[in-house]
Write a protein that binds this ligand. Structure first.
Ligand code: SAH
Length: 365
């Protein structure tokens, strides 16, 4: 049962989690010591959020984007992307499919696409509310103006995901250029979302070129103080058709990494995930798709065993999914929603975990 933590030897790790200790763990290479970190994170996960894994069906609504994020494959400048925006009926089909598969909630994600008009999306939100029994609806549509966020909250959206990506300001500006005349301040938007009554989620990428161990320790420290309902952590995956992807390839060839560069490995991502579970034991933490791609055989399982309690199975129709390539191989076009669902259900059974029901909202500790 989730609830108050039991006193446990493993939680001794959490007690000692100063920022220095976090940074030390991020550099740890000793496998036996890392086992104690995984055990502590798994125990905190069990004690605070239980064995249920919440499944959130993902629909990638549009790959149009006005932004120039240097990491992202669907950035405006990538002329090689065929753009799409799904119809309201497609979103509704996905919502029904989510219900059929027993997922409690639906997540709508897209590029920052102002073709997603305020009223159009509000109408879809109302239809989902009316026509399905889904317990919660999550949006992840980028840095939309206050009025949109308020209208969508009013129309039935419950949650909003907006990763701050990195707390290193100079690095953030490098990978996430401002729009003309508008400084990107994701922390301010996250606060605004909470004022509007949304459950807010954030997160980072791990191993961005130029991101240090010290900087990730600062990110985790920030998570500790932020009161977020969900925190998504995935490895940075270089996309060859992006400026940052090309920078990564050059650095790789020339072995030219900044001092203290954190790797974008499965191991590093799991460390960040485990430390985040210990820093915010009651948060919802997904085993991300990006993590499942850096180790196709075991990434998702490792995530679930090292702190994660959420999975976001992809429901986007294959025709659109192959065009939502924020990073390489994201599409998994050979896998239908039903196949993805089967493999996740089999994994949960193998790990002795149950499927969460209902909204799966954070229960504050
Ligand atoms: N437009 C929305 C949704 C973006 S996709 C927004 O900006 O919030 C959701 C997340 O995918 C991003 O926040 C980013 O952390 C991650 N992502 C994008 N490109 C990536 C890449 N190349 N490698 C790893 N993660 C990536």
């Amino acid at each position: 049962m989730a609830g108050r933590p039991r006193a446990s030897p493993a939680l001794g790790v959490a007690d000692a989690l100063t920022r220095d200790a976090v940074e030390h763990w991020l550099r740890e290479t000793d496998e036996a010591r890392l086992e104690t970190l995984w055990a502590a994170a798994d125990e905190a996960r069990r004690d605070y959020v239980g064995d249920a894994v919440h499944l959130r069906g993902l629909v990638e609504v549009s790959n149009y984007c006005v932004r120039g994020c240097t990491y992202c494959g669907i950035r405006a400048g990538n002329r090689g992307v065929e753009r799409y925006r799904v119809s309201a009926d497609v979103v509704l089909d996905c919502a029904h499919k989510a219900e059929e598969f027993g997922y409690g909630t639906l997540v709508m994600q897209s590029g920052e696409d102002y073709g997603i008009e305020t009223d159009w999306l509000a109408g879809i939100l109302r239809r989902i509310r009316r026509e399905t029994g889904l317990a919660a609806i999550t949006l992840s549509l980028g840095e939309r103006p206050d009025d949109d966020l308020a209208a969508w909250r009013e129309a039935g959206a419950d949650r909003y995901l907006l990763r701050f990506e990195t707390s290193d300001d100079a690095l953030y500006r490098h990978i996430h250029p401002d729009l003309p005349g508008k400084v990107s301040d994701r922390m301010a938007i996250l606060r605004r979302l909470q004022e509007l009554g949304y459950e807010a989620g954030t997160g980072i990428m791990v191993g961005i070129p130029g991101q240090t161990h010290a900087s990730i320790a600062a990110d985790i420290e920030l998570f500790r103080g932020m009161d977020m309902d969900m925190i998504g952590i995935g490895p940075y995956l270089p996309h060859p058709a992006t400026p940052l992807g090309q920078e990564s390839a050059r650095r790789q060839t020339e072995d030219d990494w900044p001092p203290d560069q954190a790797p974008s490995s499965e191991l590093m991502t799991c460390k960040v995930l485990a430390l985040t579970r210990l820093a915010r034991p009651d948060a919802n933490l997904p085993a991300t798709t990006a993590l499942s791609l850096v180790n196709k055989a075991g990434g998702r399982a490792h995530g679930l065993q090292r702190g994660a309690n959420v999975v976001m199975p992809n429901l986007t129709p294959l025709r659109e999914r192959e065009k939502y390539e924020i990073y390489p191989e994201k599409a998994a076009v050979h896998e239908t929603a039903a196949a993805i669902n089967d493999s996740i259900m089999a994994l949960l059974a193998a790990l002795g975990r149950t499927v969460g029901t209902g909204a799966g909202a954070r229960r504050r500790s």
